[in-house]
Design a protein around this ligand. Structure first.
Ligand code: ATP
Length: 435
């Protein structure tokens, strides 16, 4: 079997064809940088979130959850530094009107779109979406859609520590939407205007921060291996000193080798106590904790891990996508880890005459909480191809022999191996894949 290279165009086409991702407002011409997730995509996102949470909560330290609001006040984003610093440089070509992020292109050269060199000045573009609460338009009604989930965690630090029994070191994890008015959304789910983040803020004492930073880098690396990403396509890239924010004690990007180059998948940062200090200063509220051993108060340090659900979704698709020549036709297959695949198994009756028998197995597995699909349309070969394209790890076929021997044929997505297994063993077989 030979394999052909994956491209962004192939991923986008598969996503639409098989119900993973649609351009938002497709029927009205689309909304740039905004996407809707179809039945396969929505389920796969759930699986990604569940796997992330399991990795984060497998820490030996307590990790609690937060679900913060999407709207944030002017005061929050002033204190966090986003109002003053969260912008990208923008430049326009005066000839063809194409807009670029100035740091994405060489402005000493001509416009790659029209070939002429006639640029505007570089202007700073604020990336936060601004809106207004209520009917009055004064300064107090201004609000912003959050550009990251992290700040909800910092501004609730006191609420969490005083309403629960968590003690340093501990983490607050959050999965939720974030919004950035990206100048040039591109590469499909890689750079979107509305996306979702999975972030952990881990609070610790100043003298343990370096150690926890190293621990979380290891944990996160292991996570990517356990969900099946090719290890050779992952690397850690420590930031250079001139890339770091003034308060940062260190930052490492987990990078993936996309068809368009090595790019950031996740950021892991040793943030010092910058965020809590900022919010304490701006709000006038005490955000320190008391160290019982040292008998002194201190503002905790923070290690942050931050990855986009959608960017990881795209990464997993790139990594899993294979095209193989098989029996004189091309088989497209997503070799997704069974925990990530939208559907874990499919049940087919060989012919419609056997539908009731096969359907019974389907309903049984479904009632046990497994992600199972039933398909009786078209030839078995066609049904296999449909499941291959959405990454279903195993298909079971109920045939006429099944009436006699109580077995079904299990067909493996990756090896194409087929074997007979007893119907009573199907559930365990599927659960083993999910381990
Ligand atoms: P980049 O340099 O790619 O713009 P960033 O350094 O601004 O990313 P962070 O602010 O560190 O990104 O965000 C953390 C994570 O959130 C990123 O690693 C990425 O997985 C995800 N993310 C950030 N911006 C976007 C976006 N516009 N679309 C999709 N995912 C995003």
């Amino acid at each position: 079997m030979s394999s052909t290279a994956v491209t962004l165009e192939k991923i986008v086409a598969l996503c639409k064809r098989r119900g993973f991702v649609y351009q938002s407002a497709d029927i009205y011409g689309g909304l740039n940088g905004v996407y809707d997730f179809g039945p396969m995509g929505a389920q796969m996102k759930q699986n990604i979130r569940a796997a992330w949470l399991e990795n984060i909560q497998s820490s030996e330290h307590e990790i609690v959850l937060l679900d913060g609001s999407l709207l944030g006040s002017h005061a929050v984003w002033k204190a966090s530094g986003h109002l003053d610093n969260f912008h990208d440089p923008m430049i326009d070509c005066l000839e063809c009107k194409k807009r670029y992020r100035a740091d994405d292109i060489d402005i000493e050269k001509a416009c790659s779109h029209c070939g002429k060199k006639n640029w505007t000045d570089v202007r700073e573009f604020q990336l936060m979406f601004k809106t207004q609460l209520g009917a009055l338009t004064d300064s107090t009604s201004v609000a912003y859609l959050r550009p990251e989930t992290a700040q909800s965690i910092f501004i609730n630090f006191k609420n969490v520590t005083s309403s629960t029994r968590v003690k340093i070191p501990f983490g607050i994890a959050q999965i939720g939407k974030a919004f950035r008015n990206e100048i040039t959304p591109k590469q499909f789910l890689f750079r979107m205007r509305e996306f979702e983040q999975m972030e952990l803020e881990f609070f610790c004492t100043p003298d343990t921060a370096d150690e926890f930073f190293a621990t979380w880098i290891e944990m996160r690396k292991r996570f990517y291996h356990t969900i099946g990403l090719t290890p050779e396509k992952l690397r850690l890239r420590p930031h250079e000193a001139d890339e770091l924010a003034h308060y940062s004690k260190g930052c490492v990007d987990v990078e993936y080798h996309f068809p368009f180059g090595w790019k950031e998948l996740e950021g892991i940062a040793n943030r010092g106590n910058f965020d809590l200090t900022q919010h304490s200063t701006h709000s006038g509220k005490e955000l320190s904790v008391f160290d019982e051993n040292k008998k002194e108060s201190y503002i905790p340090h923070v290690v942050e891990t931050s990855v986009g659900v959608d960017r990881l979704f795209l990464t997993l698709l790139f990594d899993a996508y294979k095209e193989e020549e098989l029996e004189n036709e091309t088989r497209t297959v997503l070799q997704l880890h069974p925990r990530i695949a939208p559907t874990t198994c499919a049940i087919f009756p060989l012919t419609k005459k056997l539908s009731d028998n096969a359907h019974k197995i389907y309903l049984d597995l479904k009632s046990k909480g497994l992600r199972v699909h039933f398909d009786q349309a078209g030839s078995i070969g066609k049904r296999y191809r449909r499941q291959d394209e959405v990454g279903t790890p195993v298909c079971f076929t109920f045939d006429f022999d099944s009436l006699e021997d109580g077995c079904v044929t299990a067909r493996d997505r990756d090896t194409l191996e087929q074997k007979r297994i007893n119907i009573a063993r199907v559930e365990d077989y599927v659960r083993d894949l999910l381990k």
